[in-house]
Design a protein. Structure first.
Length: 494
């Protein structure tokens, strides 16, 4: 559900300025709509889930107001947002069970040249799941969130899917079954080549995406990142799936796989943190338990309230998990990691991470806006194996973004999407007496407007000496009053 990314913003990625926006009013024909029975209004991207078809590349000639053109001339590239979009809302005259996380991945791209919007395009990621369901005319692939609502119906869905596998209509083992609906990323191609654009989800391999010269979006297919060196010719580096929240080695090399045997049961680890020398994982209360389906009580993915969350630390260059250690952290159900870094002091190394924590984790799959996602500063003493938590803000925030040059380094600032606006934080300040002293600026999008995850674009990415917030924040903002969207560019300094 993370929906943001930039394919080739040659410069920065986020920004925040009241009147600096490029309007791209792209109206679509009315589409069937269903109320999202699991999301409340104003709490998530939208209360209404629209079915949208592929929207072919459309030429635009949109520029910011004259007084702002000199500020945005450096924007040159493409901004790509990705999110789940239901391919089938109604089948055979009936509305199907639907969860926000079920939708097929759809990419929305706006191309920019010299600070001027030139083309807009929306395309489904042509996954194996998307293709076979479109050919079949119905969403037959079972969903772990909405398909298992009783023993009889669960068994029948699984049997029908198995029949399609046996008859060759559906080949999940060789062609995957993911929706590629979670995020997009620039990743190095096979053999250490130039970075390419990929659509990601956690239950499948990445799908490689190409942006054509005419501004269209083409799915090239699944990618397992073959290693082309002499010792491992054509050996797949990925065999089944990959997290949607990747961490990229600065030199573009994939680290050795390390199997973690100390996890208890099947835990969903949606995100993790990386510093110069360590990786940090949170073993949350979000688990997969097939027994829930057999009992006919609930879907296989859910929350185990009896479990105590743990924080695990392992060396980034570890060959195995023998040196990994865990410590309990009651109440810590990390959803996203914003950044992490190391600090020296007190005779040892300390890891500091900024994460979003779901205070009401049971609402993540039911009414995500009620999950009360709060930003916390997590301090880990590597020698003493202790964890200290500190709230950074009283507002409920998520989808934090930073200047990428500060990844795995200490950052003074950070920006957090608030769905109906953006908040700027100075992490050197702390929350005191219920006041958000670390909040130094904010911008609301307006009544009835909601935004996706923002992205930071540095004005001069090749100059590490520039100030941390010397760049722009960019995001798509939807006005539900008139069903139009804007591509918004904001000055990160303000």
């Amino acid at each position: 559900m993370e929906a943001l990314s930039s394919s080739s913003f040659r410069h920065p990625q986020l920004l925040q300025v009241p009147s600096l926006n490029i309007r791209a009013n792209v109206k679509r024909r009315p589409q069937p709509m269903i109320k999202a029975n699991i999301f409340k209004k104003h709490l998530e991207y939208s209360t209404i889930l629209n079915k949208l078809d592929d929207f072919i590349s459309t030429f635009l000639d949109l520029a910011p107001p004259p007084e702002h053109r000199s500020r945005t001339y450096c924007l040159d590239g493409a901004y790509v947002r990705k999110g789940p979009n239901p391919q089938f809302v109604v089948t055979e005259g009936r509305r199907r069970p639907y969860h926000l996380f079920d939708g097929d991945g759809m990419l929305h791209m706006i191309r920019i040249s010299g600070g001027k919007a030139t083309t807009f395009c929306s395309r489904y990621v042509k996954t194996h799941k998307h293709t076979v369901e479109r050919e079949n005319g119905s969403p037959f692939v079972p969903s772990p969130f909405s398909s298992f609502n009783g023993i009889a119906s669960s068994i029948s869905r699984c049997m029908l899917t198995a029949a399609r596998v046996l008859t060759g209509q559906f080949d999940p083992l060789n062609k995957g079954f993911g929706a590629a609906n979670t995020s997009v990323a620039l990743l190095p191609g096979g053999g250490g080549g130039a970075a390419n654009l990929f659509a990601l989800s956690e239950c499948d391999l990445p799908y490689e995406i190409k942006v054509t010269e005419k501004g269209d979006i083409v799915t090239l297919g699944r990618h397992d990142f073959h290693n082309n060196n002499n010792n491992n010719h054509n050996r797949p580096l990925l065999s089944f799936n990959m997290t949607a929240h990747r961490r990229i080695d600065p030199e573009g090399r994939k680290q050795k796989d390390v199997h973690v045997h100390s996890l208890k049961g099947c835990t969903i680890i949606h995100d993790f943190s990386v510093t110069e020398n360590f990786c940090v994982f949170v073993d949350t209360q979000i688990v997969v338990n097939p027994l829930w389906v057999l009992r006919g009580s609930r879907p296989p993915v859910g929350v185990d309230r009896t479990k105590v969350p743990r924080v695990g630390v392992i060396g980034k260059y570890a060959e195995d998990d023998s040196g990994m250690w865990w410590t309990e952290a009651p109440g810590l159900n990390m959803f996203h990691s914003v950044n992490a870094w190391e600090e020296d002091g007190g005779g040892g190394t300390t890891i500091v991470a900024v994460v979003s924590n779901a205070l009401r984790v049971e609402e993540l799959f039911e009414s995500i806006g009620l999950a009360q996602l709060r930003l916390e500063k997590i301090t880990i003493d590597v020698n003493a194996h202790t964890v200290h938590r500190q709230p950074l803000c009283t507002k409920f925030l998520d989808f934090g973004v930073i200047n990428p040059a500060y990844a795995a380094c200490y950052e003074k600032q950070g920006r957090r999407a608030y769905i109906d606006g953006i908040v700027k934080l100075y992490l050197s300040l702390t929350q005191k007496d219920g006041h958000d002293e670390c909040v130094v600026a904010s911008r609301l999008y307006g009544t009835g407007c909601c935004g996706g995850e923002p992205f930071f674009v540095s004005k001069e990415p090749n100059k590490p000496s520039v100030e941390e917030d010397d760049g722009y924040l960019v995001a798509f903002v939807t006005d539900e009053n008139n069903r139009e969207s804007k591509f918004v560019v904001m000055d990160a300094k303000s």
